[in-house]
Design a protein around this ligand. Structure first.
Ligand SMILES: [Zn+2]
Length: 450
């Protein structure tokens, strides 16, 4: 007698491929896979559906902790699109005070498993380096190393850096911090690189050098967002040659040709439009005054000086390059999602269903099993997550059941939190968090320590 049986589905495993079987779940683990009729307290009929390992989102952002609980937002959007494990604190951005977050998660729960990266911008702030355009002093850099080491000792999965947001951070600063991370062989440094557009290759080269010099495991974040201006193919071959030469470098991509950020961030500093070859109308305001409107020079200036915290979307990348990046054998699919009070980028609620429904089923850009590997087995390997990322006996019962004919993203730039179609059930650590496309309210997610 099992706790849960998933009956009659087509299992899709990144290694074993597609085959029909029943799954028996005991506690938080997959205890049985086979053709026998198994009895359980609860049964999910998966006939006609694919039963996949839950998606592992290696690059995401989390909502803040308020009064001891994690605010609603991205976690809900993530599980509704099939994600069972998410990695937050990316792009150098906390504020991930690891202790607060872990306590909130362990006390009040989360619908999915969460692992944290220590954010570089937060480290800078904590040591008093508050000007994003200035270099850290030697003393500040040393203090950052101490704080980072403390976070790593407390189980952080690595360090995240957003060089485009903190242009003052030097390569030396990155080298110092990366050396510290390299002392922990299972951790990552995940970097939002320094330049997009014209200078993107220079920015990718900087990260390859840091990885080579320090031996750190380097993850280049959302590759297409900076290179899909005619630079992607060369960036891919640079990464590939470095990897083949023994440098531990990897990358992830989200399946959209627009990025989103705060209008006051350094990404939108003078010269950005020329670099991208667009005018102000390529930038859309997605919250507050002028919400839904494309920028004019006046709107852009007004928002940037008066409300720099406003989220905007920039339609500036070449989608064909994004597709080629996703097709590369090393590419991991990750969302870079962020939803605050229902606002953000549709990738937060649509990334994985968009790849499966639009890129795989409708366009045929990828084989289904390959796409699933890029969402499950490959990120699990990169994160060194034991016992997740496959449908296998003894593995955690993190499972996403989807209807291939109907899977599709529905989130738009206007309604970025709309949940997708075709994700029927999501199971985290053996517990259903999504049933018939709706949240069940269960909070079985764990804080994943290193
Ligand atoms: Zn980023």
């Amino acid at each position: 007698m099992y706790d849960l049986v998933i009956k009659g589905g087509n299992i899709i495993d990144p290694v074993d491929g597609i085959y029909e079987a029943n799954i028996g779940v005991e506690n938080d683990r997959i205890a049985y896979i086979g053709s026998e009729v198994v009895k359980a307290t609860r049964e999910i009929d998966a006939a006609g559906c694919f039963v996949s390992p839950g998606f592992i989102d290696l690059h995401s952002h989390e909502n803040a902790v308020k009064e001891g609980s994690i605010e609603k937002g991205i976690f809900e959007s993530s599980v509704l699109m099939g994600v069972t494990t998410t990695i937050g604190g990316n792009c150098g951005m906390g504020p991930v005070v690891l202790d607060d977050y872990r306590e909130a998660l362990e006390k009040n729960g989360a619908p999915l498993n969460y692992a944290a990266l220590s954010g570089h911008a937060f480290l800078r702030e904590a040591v008093g380096c508050t000007d994003r355009y200035s270099r850290a002093t030697k003393n500040q850099a040393d203090k950052m190393v101490d704080l980072l080491r403390e976070a790593l000792n407390k189980g952080a999965s690595g360090l995240s850096v957003g060089l485009e947001y903190t242009p003052g951070a030097s390569t030396e600063e990155l080298l110092e911090l990366s050396k510290t991370v390299a002392e922990y062989e299972d951790r990552l440094v995940s970097v939002h690189y320094r330049f997009d557009g014209e200078r993107a290759l220079e920015a990718v080269a900087e990260l390859i050098i840091v990885a080579r010099e320090t031996g750190v495991r380097m993850q280049i974040s959302h590759l297409g967002s900076g290179t899909a201006f005619g630079k992607t193919d060369e960036a891919l071959s640079m990464i590939e040659s470095a990897y083949n030469a023994g440098v531990d470098v990897g990358f992830d991509v989200y399946p959209y040709a627009a990025f989103c950020s705060l209008i006051g961030s350094a990404v939108f500093d003078e010269g950005c439009l020329q670099r991208w070859g667009v005018d102000y109308s390529a930038i859309k305001v997605v919250e507050g005054k002028y919400c839904g409107e494309l920028c004019t020079p006046e709107i852009f200036m007004e928002k940037r000086s008066n409300e720099p915290e406003t989220m905007v979307v920039a339609f500036v990348m070449d989608e064909e390059e994004i597709i080629r990046a996703i097709q590369h054998p090393m590419a991991i699919i990750a969302s870079d999602g962020r939803i605050i009070k229902g606002r953000g980028h549709p990738r937060s609620a649509g990334t994985f269903p968009r790849v499966l429904g639009h890129y795989v089923r409708e366009k045929g850009y990828l084989e289904l099993v390959t796409a699933i590997y890029k969402m499950t087995g490959l990120p699990a390997k990169r994160l060194r997550l034991d016992s997740r990322g496959r449908i296998r006996t003894g593995y955690f019962a993190d499972v996403t059941i989807f209807d291939y004919e109907n899977i599709i993203d529905r989130a738009t730039y206007e309604q970025p939190a709309l949940s997708p179609g075709g994700i029927n059930s999501v199971i985290v650590n053996g517990v259903e968090v999504v049933r018939d496309g709706e949240m069940t309210g269960a909070m079985p997610g764990a804080f994943l320590y290193r």
